[in-house]
Ligand binder design. Structure first.
Ligand code: DOR
Ligand code: ZN
Length: 346
């Protein structure tokens, strides 16, 4: 049995860092584990321009504790009004690596998102032309659609037609949660990929209801049936370069989660690589973790592989019951419970 595991330092291709005191609270968890992360732009107001992305990136770097290194890769927030010129500026600037498509109303801070995909065609055409990836929150927003079917319906109604229209578009189906999503990505060319979270690999929808309603297991897209979890595990551990790590670690204050209308989002950055090690070990596929966590994402984005390494040990540790989060508290995944792997500090 392997008791330690040394990997090329991993990257997190989907991360929410927030801003201000919350950013300062969560950033060290990611920087301790990941060399780079694709930073989501769903702030209030969202990060819509290269200028705003430059300013946000500066705030992230300013919040980084001395002695830590971390490269925030920025994603712009796509709106009905994103111009082809802004996409060209993004491509040229060197620190914006993608554009994020939130269907308006799909999730946290998505009100500025795309109201109808046709409205974003000029920007999407520019992305295809410039080779800049479009990262998609793939959920239908039609209130008639069952919450558990939103990904599959979005693929049929929006994503498949979009790829027909823009066949060379680099597209990442973010936080894929269903067998239909996996099949869609597998059927696409090398320009189509997906990120997979640790929580969708480790839990099915029963986790939200075990012994009572459990808000800290609520995220969007919502956890799905066991058969879908199994399809995700199969894809993540398959060695296919189309699937790579994106934690979607999404911190919200305890008070915003434990209330009548709780926010969607699961905080996992405190065990951002360790939880994946658990999921891969459970599938007897620890040998496939490095490709998924450290190699395939960088290759998709055309970025160099990290040269440093990270070592994990199979040593159980207890996750704190709560973490600081500016003025509030943050309840991390597995609060008060154990995680089976830990990182060894370099
Ligand atoms: O659960 C989620 N939380 N899903 C999202 O798409 C957004 C995220 C957030 O920003 O909190
Ligand atoms: Zn997200």
């Amino acid at each position: 049995m392997t008791d330690t595991l040394t990997l090329t330092r991993p990257d997190d291709w989907h991360l929410h860092l927030r801003d201000g005191a919350m950013l300062a609270a969560v950033l060290p968890d990611s920087a301790r584990r990941f060399a780079r992360a694709m930073v989501m732009p769903n702030l209030r107001p969202p990060v819509r321009s290269v200028t705003e992305a430059a300013a946000y990136r500066k705030r992230i770097l300013a919040a980084l504790p001395t002695g830590m290194s971390f490269d925030p890769l920025m994603a712009l927030y796509l709106t009905d009004n994103t111009s082809a010129e802004e996409v060209a500026l993004a491509r040229a600037c060197g620190f914006v690596q993608a554009v994020k498509y939130y269907p308006a109303g799909a999730t946290t801070n998505s009100d500025f998102g795309v109201s109808a995909v046709e409205r974003a065609y000029p920007a999407i055409a520019a992305l295809e032309q410039q080779g800049l990836p479009l990262l998609v929150h793939g959920e239908a927003t039609d209130p008639e659609v069952d919450v558990f079917d939103r990904e599959a319906v979005f693929i049929d109604r929006v994503l498949a037609p979009l790829l027909k229209r823009f066949p060379k578009l680099k597209l990442v189906l973010e936080h894929v949660t269903t067998r239909q999503g996996i099949d869609f990505v597998r059927a696409g060319g090398a320009n189509v990929a997906a990120t997979i979270t640790a929580h969708h690999l480790l839990y099915n929808r029963n986790a939200m209801f075990k012994g009572g309603i459990r808000p800290h297991y609520y995220c969007l897209p919502v956890l799905k049936r066991e058969q879908h979890r199994q399809a995700l595990v199969e894809a993540a551990t398959s060695g296919s370069p189309k699937f790579f790590l994106g934690t979607d670690s999404a911190p919200h204050a305890q008070s915003a989660k434990e209330c009548g209308s709780g926010c969607a989002g699961i905080y996992t950055a405190h065990a951002g690589i360790e939880l994946y090690a658990e999921a891969f070990e459970a599938a007897d596929a620890l040998d496939k973790l490095e490709g998924f966590a450290s190699i395939f994402g960088a290759a998709f984005y055309g970025l160099p592989r990290n040269s440093a390494t990270l070592t994990l040990a199979r040593t159980a540790w207890e996750v704190p019951a709560e973490l600081g989060f500016g003025a509030g508290k943050l309840i991390p995944l597995r609060a008060g419970e154990t995680v089976n792997w830990r990182i060894l500090e370099p």
